[in-house]
Design a protein around this ligand. Structure first.
Ligand code: SAH
Ligand code: SF4
Length: 367
């Protein structure tokens, strides 16, 4: 049986340097390997033209470049959103979404196959937990999207790049924004997610800016405290959905473990320690959490916290009977928070709804 090779996508540059040194090779090659992986988008050792053939052979004996295997690809009717169902080595499926609007290219990454948190309205939650993803599996999702951007220019309808010359590669549209809002609860896979983000941020490679990386949590308090204590420079989004413990626990079962009052205390600690705002997400569900009274309750709850609220009209899922709030009620909810509480509020455009690609509601995903 062949021995299992280590996925290069899961390694930090420091670890790669160590491995190169163990192979008896000079450190000068490390940056070249890293560059060919993350800047040139090489997926095969044979294509690493900047390093000696003998080293390529040695590398291929110990390592692999395990990219994503696309099981299914869907494009939204406006051409601006693409959803990829990816098959992992063990057969499990995860999903990655590429969104392009208002000049921003964003990838929505999964952090787990499935999710154990059980939020009643969420397709992933309805499917239960599979397993944590490995860092290489998270990085590979970003690299797939980067490759798609390299090959196409998604201006409404996909257009193939006119040339594949190296200079064209340098000009290709780059991946700039990452949100961990796909399948899974990223703070339940904390170390791996942070490792993957460190790899994507490495200045010799994809060089993503930390402030363009957002991690969204259902409210895993120990993870929020850790982000604050480690002074992680990435953005934090907290999925709130309700402003009382009782209402929240009905939508988000883990609120019983991490109660709302404690969650708000953790959020206060985070914003004060890092002097950074938190984004609060609120899935607007008709008749459940969308009244002006409930908007006032959120406003009061968020007093003293540097906050922005993102309202997401519910994407209906098969396992939940709730419906999205209509536009008028959504705008009224927004107006209460903005006018009475001076909190910035956005209403998320329902991009890609026709392909079930609302971030965090990755329908059709099987474990
Ligand atoms: N587990 C993390 C990140 C993934 S979910 C979290 O819960 O924050 C990403 C976002 O999509 C969360 O705010 C989640 O509440 C929201 N979401 C999930 N299902 C949804 C649905 N059916 N409609 C609207 N938003 C949904
Ligand atoms: Fe998990 Fe987030 Fe879905 Fe809740 S909303 S079940 S935490 S993925």
């Amino acid at each position: 049986m062949p021995t299992q090779r280590t996925n290069l996508y899961g390694m930090t540059r420091a670890e790669l340097a160590q491995a190169v040194s163990l192979l008896g090779e000079r450190p000068v090659h490390v940056r070249k390997i890293w560059r060919s992986l993350y800047v040139d988008g090489v997926t095969d050792f044979a294509q690493m033209e900047t390093i000696p053939t003998a080293l390529r052979t040695k590398l291929s004996e110990t390592f692999e470049i395990a990219g994503s295997t696309v099981a299914q690809e869907m494009h939204s009717s406006d051409g601006l959103t693409r959803k990829y169902a990816l098959k992992l080595a063990d057969g499990r499926l995860i999903e990655t979404v590429l969104m392009r609007y208002k000049g921003r290219t964003t990838v929505c990454l999964s952090s787990q196959a499935g999710c154990a948190m059980g939020c009643v309205f969420c397709a992933t939650g309805q499917g239960g937990f599979g397993r944590n993803l490995e860092a290489g599996e998270i990085v590979a999702q970003a690299m797939l999207v980067n490759q798609v951007l390299r090959e196409t220019s998604m201006t409404g309808t996909a257009r193939l790049a006119e040339t594949s010359s190296p200079s064209a590669h340098r000009r290709h549209e780059r991946l700039r924004n990452v949100v961990l809002m796909g399948m899974g609860e990223p703070l339940q896979n904390y170390d791996t997610v942070m490792r993957a983000m460190d790899i994507l941020r490495d200045e010799a490679g994809l060089a993503l800016a930390a402030q363009r990386i957002s991690v969204s949590t259902v409210g895993v308090i120990p993870g929020i405290i850790r982000l604050a204590d480690e002074a992680r420079p990435i953005q934090l989004a907290v999925s709130l959905h309700a402003a009382t413990q009782e209402e929240r626990a009905a939508l988000v079962p883990v609120a019983k473990k991490w109660p709302l009052a404690d969650l708000m205390e953790a959020c206060r600690y985070y914003t004060q320690k890092l002097e950074r705002r938190i984004f609060f997400e609120w899935a607007l569900i008709k008749g459940a959490n969308d009244t002006p009274t409930q908007a006032r309750a959120v406003g009061n709850l968020l007093r003293g916290i540097e906050a922005q609220v993102n309202l997401i009209p519910l994407n209906p899922t098969t396992g939940y009977s709730g419906a999205p709030t209509d536009d008028t009620a959504a705008r009224a909810f927004q107006a209460v928070l903005m006018d009475e509480f001076k909190i910035p509020v956005t209403i998320r455009e329902r991009r890609g709804v026709d392909i079930g690609a609302g971030c965090g509601q990755l329908a059709g995903a099987k474990k």
